[in-house]
Design a protein. Structure first.
Length: 69
């Protein structure tokens, strides 16, 4: 085999590996976006639950104070 052939073969292998790395990175970026969406939804739900618990707690406290008078 000629040196030019070996170089071209090596360049082809590097291009294939680089393409694989680029594809893997794109998949990871999509997974991160999906996870970010899920985390935001969970954080929003958590905030609503905590806020609702605060409202219920306040209402129960007011009702207990009214009935204990």
């Amino acid at each position: 085999m000629s040196p030019d052939h070996d170089v071209m073969l090596a360049i082809g292998r590097l291009e294939g590996k680089l393409d694989s790395l680029i594809q893997l990175r794109q998949q990871q970026q999509q997974e991160i976006k999906d996870l970010d969406t899920r985390v935001r939804a969970l954080e929003s739900a958590k905030s609503l639950i905590i806020g609702g618990a605060g409202v219920v707690s306040g209402a129960v406290t007011i009702l207990l104070n009214l009935f204990n008078r």
